[in-house]
Write a protein that binds this ligand. Sequence first.
Ligand code: ZN
Length: 174
Amino acid sequence: MAVKKILSIPDPILREKSILVKKVDKDIKNLMDDMIETMYNAPGIGLAAIQIGIPKRVIVMDISKDKDKKNPMFFINPKIIWKSKVLSTYEEGCLSIPNQFAEVQRPDKCHFKYLDYNGKEKEIKAEGLLSTCIQHEIDHLDGILFIDYLSKLKKDIIIKKVSKNKKELERVVV
Ligand code: ZN
């Protein structure tokens, strides 16, 4: 397992559409292991493969509140099959948009199917944080970021802030 570099906006790779995983083999398991380690290290509660530059439809997540009781979840080829009409609002953040948060409205509940770590087909009826998180992460697989739901003005401010911080950080490193 290894901690990978997380890409941040405005990296164009984050806008790529990820491709379906054909077979859950050793390579995909290695990828998921790296992703979960990278996510815990960040720390974050969800990570899509594209965020470490791999355009495959793979997501890892851990939304357990208790830090001592880890509950890693792995979703391969997740697909939403039902969304509620009722919406809920969460303040969202993203490891690819560091230190920026904004309220986003999404369907309160959703049902989705996926392949688990062992390639077994599963289905989840999600609500609350899990529902919001999986929608946020599946968006990543389609090149969509939470800032796309904001007004152009808010979105531009966030992109500018992150780009500026990034340049300053790089300057210090160099
Ligand atoms: Zn994100």
